[in-house]
Ligand binder design. Structure first.
Ligand SMILES: C[S@@+](CC[C@H](N)C(=O)[O-])C[C@H]1O[C@@H](n2cnc3c(N)ncnc32)[C@H](O)[C@@H]1O
Length: 261
């Protein structure tokens, strides 16, 4: 058994790399399975997200998501066996393997070529070579494999790429962790694709995901904005606001004359 409630019987250990990253004294440091096997196993069997790639010792850019969050997202997908699923953000390949174990036909796109190659290998070792892993920018979807019954993003978007809607059949679902440019946590958006080619739906429970690489602020800016957010204290005292007009949406700090992102 996977040991994780709500997830199928897929072993996470086959997908998490031998070297992962943990926080020590406020910075990410490497933890290798060879040197700290008990700690590595404790992480992999815990319900936490595990950072698997970190930039400048500070910013996680790839991870194995927390199993309970994966289960929540998979439940939102309302999967049926045989459905064609497009996953954005292959990461370790573990989520793609879980979707496959539930009977889905999975195409998964990963922007980082090395991460994509790791996932392909892990999927082979786990006996799930049927997952198609594409190394590329998931914001364009995978038009050559469309249409899909479901799209599941495992990286956050502040603007849902229309390609995901366009590549989903009418009645299908697009499930996306939605987050403002300046804050990584936000609700999960569950959108139903309509006959007219639009998609609409409600925000559900909050989740925390790293942003799509093309939709993130520079990390220094993000850090500053998070500090400002925290300094604001009460949510009602938040210094950020938003203006929506026919030209689109603009997020600002303190005044509409100071746009961010
Ligand atoms: C939270 S991790 C995904 C977890 C993964 N599904 C798993 O089971 O391990 C997010 C992944 O999205 C990838 N990513 C970010 N922006 C992307 C984009 N535009 N297209 C495809 N992948 C992207 C990152 O490189 C990272 O591997």
């Amino acid at each position: 058994m996977s040991g994780f409630p709500g997830l199928p019987d897929v072993d996470r250990q086959l997908f998490v790399p031998e070297t992962v990253w943990v926080i020590e004294d406020g910075r990410f440091v490497e933890l290798s399975r060879a040197h700290a096997p008990d700690e590595w196993e404790r992480l992999v069997t815990s319900d936490g997200a595990i950072a698997t790639q970190v930039k400048d010792g500070m910013w996680p850019v790839s991870s194995s998501s927390a199993p309970s969050v994966m289960a929540q997202m998979i439940e939102s997908l309302q999967l049926e066996p045989g459905m064609r699923v497009l996953e954005i953000g292959t990461g370790t390949g573990y989520n793609a393997a879980c979707l496959t174990a539930l009977g889905a036909e999975v195409v998964s796109v990963e922007i980082d070529h090395e991460v994509a190659e790791h996932a392909r290998r892990a999927l082979r070792v786990a006996g799930q070579p049927s997952v198609t892993v594409i190394a590329g920018d998931g914001e364009v979807g995978a038009p050559q494999y469309a249409p899909f019954d479901r799209v599941l993003a495992t990286a956050a978007a502040h603007t849902v790429p229309y390609a995901w809607v366009e590549q989903t059949r009418a009645g299908g679902l697009v499930v996306v962790p939605w987050a403002a440019t300046f804050h990584p946590a936000g609700p999960l958006a569950v959108l139903v694709v309509r006959e007219d080619g639009s998609a609409e739906g409600r925000f559900t429970a909050p989740v925390r995901f790293m942003p799509l690489r093309g939709q993130r602020l520079p990390q220094t800016v993000l850090h500053e904005t998070e500090e400002r957010w925290t300094a604001a204290g009460e949510p009602e005292a938040c210094r950020y606001g938003v203006t929506v007009s026919a030209e689109g949406q603009r997020v600002w700090l303190d005044s509409p004359d100071s746009p961010v992102g």
